[in-house]
Design a protein around this ligand. Structure first.
Ligand code: BG6
Length: 502
């Protein structure tokens, strides 16, 4: 789906957006640039207004100056222009608010009344989840909410199953599920959307997408950055809560789910929930054997020496928090029985890269050079970022008379940047914000999805909590602890970058 005016008519979707935490990191880095880009592309309804809320002193003029600064810092020169910047800044208003003081919410009600119009309110608390309850209650008490109003919340929803239920209860006390938009920004990425198109629009793949044809699946979300100054958040969370509970399990669901009956939000989310339910319990043996956690020590990333996790600013030198997780799991149903899913994610790995590799089974009977038997399998490589694209590794005859019937592997490439050079790949937040304004929930995570994902992850969290041993250490700039490679080699396999096919 391309983000253009053809697919997204901009008429009739005006909203009042109340952005709490308007000067925080998420707003600066993601939300203001995304909102501006939508406006610049003509995808924000002319009547849409934005109220920025934070506890910092200031007024609308100061806010506009600050947002102009965020856009300048966050966007390249060819991604902005003075005319559309001014038009965008004109939409903004600012109010100082203490999120925990219910009296302060009158400012939101007053702002809404100040201009006539039938716009639904989109509430975006770009703040910690501990404030969601206060914000919902404050808005409800101040009579700022109507029947079409909605709320957008970020991951992580809670810290474990119990706390996620508490957060969901607080949201649910004010908003019905049909008006709660839980963001997992991976669902807004262009290539993640493409995964659905690839699977469900192409019979070629649709018919092969099961245990008869696929031997195993690997999903890697690697980051070169460390914890980037976020010690206090990250050390409480760790890589399992930060990445696996949400982004990696969502990717797994999109790979493994059965075809939904339509693109409706609940049709898609019902299928994802079924996958989460079939992830099933992890036995003590499986936890010990199939789960690897790691923590980076000092090393070299991109030719530059970098400190270890325990030497980061503000660090606790005894921390057992994991910065790397690799695991093997199975989706216990008819489609996937016996097909291992290998998941891996970590900070301070050699490069930023998100990739899904579908490994197809070998031919049942092999007739070519016995020495080349190890070549004989197809792989579908889906590059989510960077260099978004899809490659299908196929076997062909090596050319030349002297080669006889020797085989070689080669990729059939679909590189999005070169295939669609005129298309700009939008940031995930642009798509997600637009979907909220349109009132479409299919790219957002339903309460039961979050809770099933926590239920499964808690098995790992509980197991680690009872361990005295620290996570395996790996040098920054490597692909994680040796045990991660062993997870594959034990099964006679290797992670894609070690297969020599790149
Ligand atoms: C966030 C995590 O959800 O995703 C971060 O909290 C992580 O720790 C980020 O760096 C990765 O997102 P992306 O889009 O850069 O792959």
């Amino acid at each position: 789906m391309t983000l253009t005016r053809d697919t997204y008519s901009d008429a009739g979707h005006a909203v009042d957006l109340a952005l709490f935490g308007a000067l925080g990191d998420l707003a600066r880095g993601k939300l203001w640039p995304a909102l501006y880009q939508l406006d610049r592309q003509g995808l924000l309804d002319p009547a849409t207004r934005i109220l920025a809320l934070s506890h910092h002193d200031g007024d609308t003029t100061v806010l506009r100056e600050r947002v102009a600064g965020f856009l300048e810092a966050g966007l390249k020169e060819d991604e902005r222009d003075a005319e559309s910047c001014n038009r965008f800044l004109d939409r903004l208003a600012y109010r100082v608010i203490d999120f925990t003081r219910s009296a302060d919410y009158a400012a939101v009600a007053e702002w809404r009344r100040a201009e006539q119009g039938e716009r639904p309110l989109v509430v975006y608390p770009a703040v910690g989840a501990r404030l969601y309850g206060a914000i919902c209650a404050g808005l409800a008490q101040s009579d700022s909410l109507g029947e079409r109003d909605r709320i957008v919340v970020e991951k992580p929803v809670g810290h474990d199953l119990a706390s996620s239920r508490a957060v969901n209860d607080a949201l649910g006390a004010v908003f019905p599920e049909s008006r709660i938009y839980r963001i997992d920004h991976y669902l807004g990425k262009e290539t993640v959307q493409n995964l659905m198109a690839l699977r469900f629009a192409n019979p070629l793949f649709g018919n092969q997408w099961n245990q008869s044809h696929i031997s195993h699946v690997e999903i890697t979300v690697a980051e070169e950055v460390g914890i980037a100054g976020r010690w206090s958040y990250f050390d409480r969370a760790g890589q399992l809560r930060d990445m696996v509970q949400n982004h990696l399990l969502q990717l797994l669901c999109l790979v493994a789910m059965d075809p939904p009956s339509s693109l409706d939000a609940d049709a898609i989310r019902d299928e994802k929930v079924k996958v989460l339910k079939t992830l099933g319990p992890l036995t003590p043996e499986a936890l010990a054997r199939n789960v690897v956690r790691g923590q980076y020590r000092a090393g070299t990333c991109n030719g530059r020496p970098v400190p270890g996790y325990r030497e980061e600013a503000g660090a606790d030198s005894d921390s057992h928090t994991e910065t790397f997780v690799a695991l093997k799991t199975e989706v216990a149903n008819w489609r996937w029985a016996g097909v291992p899913f290998y998941l891996r994610t970590g900070k301070r790995l050699p490069q930023k890269l998100s990739r899904i590799v579908i490994h197809f089974r070998r031919q049942p009977h092999y007739i070519f050079d016995p020495d080349q038997r190890c070549l004989a399998s197809n792989k579908l490589i889906i590059r989510l970022q960077p260099d978004e694209g899809i490659a299908l590794q196929v076997l062909t005859k090596d050319s030349g008379l002297e080669k006889g019937m020797r085989l070689r592997t080669g990729p059939l490439h679909l590189d999005f940047n070169s295939a669609f050079p005129e298309a700009r790949i939008p940031d995930a937040y642009e798509r997600l914000l637009l979907e909220v304004m349109k009132g479409r929930q299919s790219l957002f995570v339903r309460r039961d999805e979050v809770e099933h994902a926590w239920r499964w992850c808690e098995q790992l969290l509980d197991h680690w909590q009872n361990l005295d041993t620290p996570p395996g250490r790996y040098p920054a700039g490597s692909w994680g602890p040796v045990a991660s490679a062993a997870l594959m080699t034990r099964d006679g396999r290797s992670w894609y970058e070690e297969s020599g096919d790149e």
